[in-house]
Design a binder for this molecule. Structure first.
Ligand SMILES: Nc1ncnc2c1ncn2[C@@H]1O[C@H](COP(=O)(O)OP(=O)(O)OP(=O)(O)O)[C@@H](O)[C@H]1O
Ligand SMILES: [Mg+2]
Length: 469
C-alpha cells in the first residue's frame, strides 16, 4: 500500500519523537534508580557496619540482647525504624531480629549465602516477604581464628522508591502520549504546509498541454529545491514548446511545398484541356507537368528520408566506407552539371580515408553539398572538393566561389525548408526545397560527426564535414 509523502513524513516524525522520548525517559529513570539505590546501599551498609561492631565482643563472643533494637537504639544510636535487622548463624539460621521485622524473616538466597560464606558482602533486592521489595545488605562477620561467626543483614524498604517510580512512569507515559498526539497533529499540519508548493506545482503542471505550452509554472519560492524543480520543468516545457513549434512549422512548410507544384500542375492541365487540338502546346504542358511531378517526388523522397532518419533515432548501418572513392564517384556524377553551369569543379585533395557508416547516406551527403555548391555558384566560378584525414577524423571540404550566405542566414541553413532567398531560389531552374542541408545535418549527426559552414556573401562558401574514422 502506498502512503502519501505527507503521511510518511508525519509517521516518521512521530515515530522518531516517540522513540527519543522513550529513550530519554528510560535513561532518566535508570539514572535516578541508580542514584537512589547507591544512596540506600550506603545507608544500609553503614548500619550494617555499626551492627558488626556491636554484636561481636573483642573476645569473639556474640552479644545479642533480647530487646535487640531498643538496646541498639539506646546505647549505640542505631535507628531501627525503617530498617530491618537480622543476624544469622553460620548455618543460616536466624539468631536475632529487630522488632521491625515482626513475624517476618528476610529470606537469604543461595547465592548471597555462598558469598557470605566466602567472606564477601553483597547487596540484593529481596521481594516476597513484604508488600514492597526490600534492599538488603548481607555482611559476614569473620573473626580471626574462629572464621565465620555470624551473618548480619540490614534491609530497607523500597516503598518510597517504588512510589516515586510508579508516579514517574505515569508522568512519563502521560507526557509521551500527549507529546505524540500534539506532534502528530502539528506534524500533519506542517507536512501539509511544506508540501503545499508541490501540490501547487502539480496543479499548474496538470493544466499545461500541447495547446498552452507557452505557459510556465510560476512558483512563489524560487530559491529552494522546489524552485529548482519548477525551473527544470519550465525548461522542459520550453524544449517541448520549441519542438512542437518545429513540428508545426515543418508540417506547414511541407504542405506548402507540395501545394505549390500541385497548383501549378492543376493550372497547366486546365489550360491544356481548353486548348483542344494544339498538340505542340499539349506536349509543352505535359513536359512542364512532368517537371512539377519530378519536383514533388523529389520533395516527398527527401521528406521520407528525413522521416526515416527521425524514426531510426540516428542509427546507421556500419559498413567500411572509403570516402575518397565516394568523392571521385560524386565528382564524375556532377561533371556534366558543372560543365553546363560553366563552373570549374576540381578535386584538390583526395587522400585515402575509411570511415564506418552508411555508404548510401554518405553519398547523399556529398551529393547535397556538391549540388548546392554548383547551384549557388554563378558561371565562371569554381568549386573545390577535398578529402583528407584530420586526427581522429576524416575531413571533407566543399568550397565554392559562389554567392555566399549572409551572417543572418547562416545559423538557419540547416533547418528544414530554410532557403535564404525564397523568391530567388523558388525559380524553376534552381528549385530547392530547403531540405538538402537538413538531411546533411541528420546524416552527419547519425555518424557522430560535425558539419560547419563558413561563408562570405559574394565571395563564396565552404562546408566542412568531420567524420570519426
Ligand atoms: N554553397 C552555397 N552557397 C550559397 N548558399 C547556399 C549554399 N548551400 C546552401 N545555401 C543556402 O542554404 C539554403 C539551404 O540549402 P539546402 O540545400 O538545405 O536547400 P536547397 O538547396 O534550397 O534545396 P534542396 O537541397 O532541398 O534541393 C539554400 O536555399 C541556399 O540559400
Ligand atoms: Mg540543396
Amino acid at each position: 500500500m502506498a502512503f502519501s509523502i505527507r503521511t510518511r513524513l508525519t509517521f516518521w516524525y512521530v515515530t522518531l519523537l516517540t522513540v527519543s522520548l522513550m529513550a530519554f525517559g528510560s535513561a532518566f529513570s535508570y539514572s535516578l534508580f541508580r542514584i537512589f539505590t547507591d544512596r540506600m546501599d550506603n545507608q544500609i551498609s553503614s548500619v550494617a557496619n555499626m551492627m558488626v561492631h556491636t554484636v561481636i565482643r573483642p573476645s569473639g563472643e556474640l552479644f545479642l540482647p533480647r530487646d535487640f533494637d531498643l538496646i541498639l537504639g539506646r546505647f549505640f544510636g542505631i535507628r531501627t525504624e525503617g530498617n530491618y535487622i537480622q543476624v544469622l548463624d553460620p548455618a543460616g539460621g536466624v539468631i536475632a531480629q529487630s522488632s521491625t521485622l515482626e513475624e517476618h524473616t528476610l529470606p537469604i538466597s543461595d547465592e548471597t549465602y555462598r558469598l557470605a560464606l566466602s567472606g564477601e558482602t553483597s547487596y540484593a533486592n529481596v521481594s516476597g516477604a513484604f508488600r514492597y521489595p526490600v534492599r538488603v545488605v548481607t555482611k559476614p562477620i569473620v573473626f580471626k581464628e574462629k572464621g565465620l561467626v555470624a551473618i548480619v543483614q540490614v534491609g530497607s524498604s523500597l516503598e518510597g522508591l517504588d512510589d516515586i517510580f510508579h508516579s514517574l512512569a505515569y508522568i512519563f507515559l502521560l507526557g509521551i502520549a500527549a507529546s505524540v498526539v500534539i506532534a502528530s497533529v502539528m506534524g500533519w499540519f506542517l507536512a501539509r504546509q511544506a508540501l503545499k508548493p508541490v501540490r501547487e506545482l502539480a496543479g499548474l503542471a496538470r493544466k499545461i498541454s500541447a495547446e498552452n505550452l507557452n505557459e510556465r509554472l510560476n512558483i512563489a519560492v524560487p530559491n529552494d529545491e522546489l524552485g529548482a524543480l519548477a525551473s527544470t520543468i519550465n525548461e522542459m516545457i520550453g524544449r517541448l514548446e520549441a519542438s512542437f513549434k518545429q513540428i508545426r512549422q515543418f508540417t506547414g512548410d511541407a504542405s506548402h511545398e507540395l501545394k505549390t507544384p500541385l497548383t501549378i500542375l492543376k493550372g497547366e492541365m486546365e489550360m491544356a484541356i481548353r486548348s483542344r487540338d494544339d498538340v505542340e502546346y499539349m506536349r509543352e504542358v505535359i513536359a512542364s507537368s512532368l517537371e512539377e511531378i519530378d519536383r514533388m517526388s523529389y520533395i516527398v523522397r527527401n521528406l521520407l528520408d528525413l522521416a526515416r532518419m527521425d524514426a531510426g533515432g540516428g542509427a546507421v548501418s556500419m559498413d567500411r566506407v572509403s570516402l575518397d572513392h565516394l568523392l571521385s564517384e560524386r565528382f564524375e556524377h556532377f561533371r556534366k552539371f558543372a560543365l553546363d553551369s560553366r563552373v570549374d569543379m576540381v578535386i584538390i585533395k583526395n587522400m585515402a580515408v575509411m570511415v564506418t557508416g552508411d555508404g548510401l547516406r554518405l553519398g547523399q551527403l556529398l551529393y547535397n553539398l556538391i549540388d548546392n555548391a554548383i547551384k549557388y555558384t554563378p558561371g565562371g566560378g569554381r568549386v573545390e572538393l577535398s578529402v583528407e584525414p584530420d586526427g581522429a577524423f576524416a575531413r571533407v571540404t566543399v568550397r565554392d566561389t559562389g554567392i555566399g550566405i549572409s551572417k543572418e542566414d547562416l545559423p538557419y541553413i540547416f533547418d528544414r525548408f530554410y532557403r535564404v532567398d525564397k523568391a530567388r531560389s523558388s525559380g524553376r531552374e534552381v528549385g530547392g526545397a530547403g531540405l538538402g542541408l537538413s538531411i546533411c545535418k541528420e546524416i552527419v549527426d547519425a555518424h557522430k560527426g560535425t558539419i560547419e559552414a563558413a561563408s562570405e556573401p559574394g565571395k563564396g562558401t565552404a562546408f566542412t564535414v568531420r567524420l570519426p574514422v
